[in-house]
Design a protein around this ligand. Sequence first.
Ligand code: GLY
Length: 261
Amino acid sequence: MKINPIKKLSVSTKASSYNIYFGDNIFDNSEIILKEYIQERKIIIVYDQKLDKHIKKLENSISYISSKLELIGVIGGEKSKSLEKFASLSEEIINRGVNRESILIAFGGGVIGDLVGFIASTLLRGIDFIQIPSTLLAQVDSSIGGKTGINSFYGKNLIGSFHQPIAVISDVSFLNTLSKRELISGYAEIVKHGLIKDKNFFEWLTRFGRQVIYGDKDLRIEAIFKACSIKREIVQEDEFEQGQRALLNLGHTFGHAIESY
Ligand code: GLY
């Protein structure tokens, strides 16, 4: 069995410590990473229905290490970050038999990660969750740092919590099927990390950015790893956004306003 190299970054906050794993096709052997966390605990995977093709692999990997597995498909898209979806999905998860040892796995883009993370933070007053982000945007931003939440009638992410995942698995093989638009919007977040914190990285992107967007997998892993390292530094120092974490909102604040308009 061939296993591609896996890079690892640890995040340590006041609330918890966890690893982010980076690689290509690590998902094929994700049990190698997941067995440390799962050990016969009940697993509920909430996934974006668009990822139907990949879910079988994850299911197979997990069935090696836990016989207690449930799958729930959800329609991705901003509309799912609603109070109604929060309520119906929470009920569905409870109905599948959740306990304090259970782990939720969020498999999808930022919407799924934010929604499932928020449910994990409230179910039984808080249970563990793992992020498996499938978009570039989620891999470099929303899957790390513990911000979870849903939208209110009055604006985005107004109902939420800080709840750190117990692990994040970022596999660049998912990026091969993203549209150019999705890749560019994720790439903009990578550039943001360079702009706010690291001139050398920003300059590196001016040389290699195109290859990152158009699919060189080693450069993609390097760019994602670097962007996550920058975010990690900020989150470790200011987990609850009392100060410099607000830098990470560069582009988001007015972006959200434009979107809701
Ligand atoms: N997405 C901005 C942050 O995590 O603070």
